[in-house]
Ligand binder design. Structure first.
Ligand SMILES: [Zn+2]
Length: 284
């Protein structure tokens, strides 16, 4: 296959070596020309972790670190871990485990505190938080926003980016303002599973051709992702691990070379402080 001669980053996917394809998915990504991955920990409950304290999330985070190390072995570039607490845990705790929204908030914030420790000592690159993308009670919504704000504060303290899972929207200026108030540059807040246009944070665009074309035409900073979930029970739930390198080839063929550089070199540098070119060992 023709070499791509550019870093190729999937900004958000999951790898599940126990139940899914794990590192084989990273291998497939690399085979198509993918070079860098941001691997996000799976929701704690999907790994059988019913957390009682913040420290209980360590089992989830440590598994992601191991997977990231293994994935880095098969990449010409490398993988980095993004750690946090899935916003869906709010519902899981309140509906199935008898937590009040305030108690759920406390546990989720404690989990984020632990994730921030991993960022502080260099084991993780960024944090992951958000709020439900489906309707919840006012109390649960308020508690979820408190968790999200806590994540933004931690991002400001640690000087790291925060990936967010939120409702479907092209306007997150409310969240951008919360970030600014806490001393976190809104450009370091990344909306995962984003469309091509977003006011406020940086969009991590789902790699559908029409969305990528629009993002490329706009010329604003953006990232590309698949949200591959590596779940054998949901094979068609999201885009597969080959998608980002394939779409990079397609963008190139359509003449969007500048956008490829924006999404795979410039935005990763400005948002996460990572150098996807210097960390590329191809040909050396
Ligand atoms: Zn995801």
């Amino acid at each position: 296959m023709e070499e791509l001669d550019t870093p190729v980053l999937d900004n958000h996917l999951h790898l599940d070596p126990a139940n899914g394809r794990g590192v084989d998915a990273a291998r497939e990504f690399a085979h198509l020309g993918g070079t860098h991955l941001l691997v996000v920990n799976k929701p704690s409950w999907q790994l059988g972790v019913e957390a009682e304290t913040g420290m209980d999330f360590r089992a989830v985070f440590d598994e992601t670190l191991e997977t990231v190390a293994a994935a880095s072995e098969v990449l010409d570039g490398r993988a980095w871990p993004v750690l946090g607490v899935h916003p869906g845990l709010m519902t899981r705790l309140t509906d199935e485990r008898g937590f009040s929204p305030a108690e759920a908030r406390e546990l989720m914030q404690a989990g984020l505190d632990v994730a921030a420790d991993y960022v502080a000592d260099g084991r993780a690159l960024a944090l992951k938080s958000g709020r439900p993308h489906y309707d919840v009670s006012d109390d649960a919504w308020e508690a979820s926003n408190a968790v999200l704000k806590h994540a933004l504060s931690l991002g400001a303290d640690r000087g790291c980016a925060v990936q967010l899972h939120t409702e479907e929207t092209a306007d997150l200026t409310d969240v951008a303002a919360w970030a600014s108030e806490r001393g976190l540059d809104p450009s370091k807040v990344v909306k995962h599973y984003a469309g091509p246009k977003l006011d406020g944070p940086t969009p991590s665009v789902m790699s559908r051709k029409e969305w990528l074309r629009e993002a490329a035409e706009r010329g604003d900073p953006f990232l590309m992702e698949t949200d591959f979930v590596d779940d054998p029970d949901r094979p068609g739930a999201v885009l597969g691990p080959k998608t980002v390198p394939r779409r990079v080839r397609w963008l190139r063929s359509e003449g969007y070379d500048d956008a490829v550089r924006v999404a795979h070199v410039e935005t990763p540098e400005s948002v996460y402080g990572i150098d996807t070119e210097a960390t590329l060992s191809r040909g050396t």
